[in-house]
Ligand binder design. Structure first.
Ligand code: ADP
Ligand code: MG
Length: 255
C-alpha cells in the first residue's frame, strides 16, 4: 500500500518543490513506484519532472472541482517509475469554486484512495499557504515532511504549521504524523547555517533527518531543463544528498 507524504511549509522558497521533485525521483531510481502529486498552482513540480503543465489535458484542478476522475488526470510514466498528477495556474481558482461545497476537505483523499495501492509512494508538493489545498493534501497524507531553510527566520511560522497539522489530525485525518524535518540550502561556508541547525534542534521536538540538503547550484538549475537532479547531474552533492534522504525515508517506513 502506498505511503503518502506531503511536503509542507507555508513559507515560500524553503525548498518544498525541490524536495518533492528530487525525493520522488530518488525513490523512483531505487525501484519504487511513485506518484508525484502537484498541489501548487505554480505547477513547478509538474514542470520540474518534465511534464508541460500547460499542455496537460486534465489536472488536479479538474480533480478538485469534480470535473474528472483521478485516472484521467494522471500523466503516466512521465519519468521511469514516476507518474505525475499535474497542476497549473487553473488550480488557483479551485479554492473559490469550493465555497459552500460539503466535505471539501476530503475531495483529494477520496480520489487518491482509488489509486494509492498502485504506488509505493505518493509525494505531494504543497502550496506556500495553509489553504484549502494544503488541508486537502494533509487530509490525504499519512505524514508530512517539513523542509526548513537554513536561514535566520527558519523557525518563523513553524508553530502555526504544527498547530495546523494537529488540527487536521484531530478533526480530519487521525493517521496524520509529522514524518520529520529536513534542513535545506545548508551553506557550509557560513556559521549561520550551522547555528540555525543547532537552534532548530534545540527548540523543535520533532524527528529531524540526518541528511542535510546543501545549497547546490545544480539543484537550482535542474528545473529549467525539466529534469530532477539525479538525471541532470547525478554526481552533484545535491543528487547525493537527496538519495540519502530517500534512503532515510524508506528505512523509516520499514521501522
Ligand atoms: P518552495 O517550493 O518551498 O517555494 P523551492 O523548492 O521552489 O521552494 O526553492 C526555492 C528556490 O531555491 C528555487 O529557485 C530553487 O531552485 C532554489 N533551491 C531550492 N533548494 C536549493 C538548494 N538546496 N540549493 C540551491 N538552490 C535551491
Ligand atoms: Mg514550491
Amino acid at each position: 500500500m502506498g505511503r503518502i507524504i506531503a511536503i509542507a511549509n507555508q513559507k515560500g522558497g524553503v525548498g518544498k518543490t525541490t524536495t518533492a521533485i528530487n525525493l520522488s525521483s530518488s525513490l523512483a531510481s531505487m525501484g519504487k513506484k511513485v506518484l508525484s502529486l502537484d498541489m501548487d498552482p505554480q505547477g513547478n513540480m509538474t514542470s520540474g519532472l518534465g511534464v508541460d503543465k500547460d499542455e496537460a489535458e486534465k489536472t488536479v484542478y479538474d480533480l478538485i472541482i469534480g470535473n474528472a476522475g483521478v485516472e484521467e488526470c494522471i500523466c503516466r510514466d512521465a519519468l521511469e517509475n514516476i507518474d505525475v498528477l499535474p497542476s497549473n495556474i487553473d488550480l488557483s481558482a479551485a479554492e473559490i469554486e469550493l465555497i459552500g461545497v460539503d466535505n471539501k476537505e476530503y475531495i483529494l483523499k477520496n480520489e487518491i484512495d482509488k489509486v494509492k495501492d498502485n504506488y509505493d509512494f505518493i509525494i505531494i508538493d504543497c502550496p506556500p499557504a495553509l489553504s484549502m489545498l494544503t488541508i486537502n493534501a494533509m487530509t490525504t497524507a499519512d505524514s508530512v515532511i517539513v523542509p526548513i531553510q537554513c536561514e535566520y527566520y527558519a523557525l518563523e511560522g513553524l508553530s502555526q504549521l504544527i498547530h495546523t497539522i494537529e488540527l487536521v489530525k484531530e478533526r480530519l485525518n487521525p493517521h496524520l504524523e509529522i514524518e520529520g524535518v529536513v534542513f535545506t540550502m545548508y551553506d557550509a561556508r557560513t556559521n549561520l547555517s550551522l547555528q540555525v541547525v543547532e537552534n532548530v534542534k534545540d527548540n523543535l521536538n520533532q524527528n529531524i533527518y540526518k541528511t542535510i540538503i546543501p545549497r547546490n547550484i545544480r539543484l537550482a538549475e535542474a528545473p529549467s531543463y525539466g529534469m530532477p537532479i539525479n538525471l541532470y547531474d547525478p554526481k552533484s552533492t545535491g543528487a547525493e544528498s537527496y538519495m540519502l534522504l530517500a534512503e532515510e525515508v524508506i528505512n523509516k517506513g520499514e521501522e
